[in-house]
Design a protein around this ligand. Structure first.
Ligand SMILES: [Fe+2]
Length: 235
């Protein structure tokens, strides 16, 4: 696995990691945020290996482990083993889906008091299959999503298999066309509730988006988000 990339100087580091989902080989993306206290927030953890652990330890102390979405919990326990003093925060619903994961907190709409100077957050209730807590890193105006926006197309840095291309191009029409994950496209649940969450995200006016699957969004964020979510936003 690769090394951390320093994305926002002294504040945010990224690492893509391979995952297999629905027969497709994809990549997820871990984000590490150093908050103003110097402590580290691990958002969407990857499988941890020695080299990566050394890099993380050189940056700061791992205090918080976040599983931000219904499908982004796979490697939480790996991090817990390596950092037993860190506190674990789960997206709502994961406590039932993954009863084996010991956790300290369930994420909600209010940021934890220890990171509230750095991060905003909001829960987006989809159907019972997919929920997500979006974060906004205030100092760098960076939005952190996992499945609410996926951006895979010709610029994808990884080889895209036949199955991935088929689903993205033919079925969900998401190739070169950032959209929410297929699970959202199959149904958003209560749209009024979803819209509340999405509108909160839009109100942050982010300059860039870190997402789990695909290439980062660094231009025209407002327009990309509005286009991706236009059906549920009703615009
Ligand atoms: Fe995902």
């Amino acid at each position: 696995m690769g090394q951390l990339t320093e994305y926002i100087q002294n504040q945010i580091w990224l690492l893509e990691y391979p995952v297999r989902f629905g027969g497709m080989n994809l990549f997820g993306r871990m984000t590490i945020i150093r908050i103003k206290t110097g402590d580290l927030v691990i958002h969407d953890p990857c499988k941890i290996e020695r080299e990566v652990k050394n890099e993380i330890n050189a940056i700061g102390k791992v205090k918080y482990i976040i599983a931000p979405g219904s499908y982004h919990h796979l490697f939480v326990t790996d991090f817990q083993k390596e950092y037993p003093d860190a506190e674990t925060f789960l997206c709502p619903g994961l406590e039932r889906k993954r009863p084996d994961i010991e956790f300290d907190w369930i994420l909600g709409n209010k940021p934890d008091h220890r990171w509230k100077n750095d991060l905003e957050q909001v829960l987006v209730h989809g159907t019972k299959y997919i929920w997500e807590v979006a974060f906004f890193h205030k100092p760098s105006r960076t939005l952190l999503l996992v499945d609410l926006l996926e951006n895979i197309g010709d610029n994808y840095q990884h080889p895209a298999g036949v199955l991935l291309r088929f689903w993205w191009k033919v079925i969900f029409r998401m190739w070169n066309n950032p959209k929410a994950a297929p699970e959202y496209q199959m149904g958003w649940g209560n749209k009024d509730i979803v819209r509340k969450g999405l509108n909160k995200i839009l109100s942050w006016k982010a300059d860039r988006v870190i997402l789990a699957h695909g290439e980062l969004i660094e231009d025209d964020v407002d327009s990309v988000l509005n286009t991706a979510w236009r059906k549920v936003l009703g615009i």
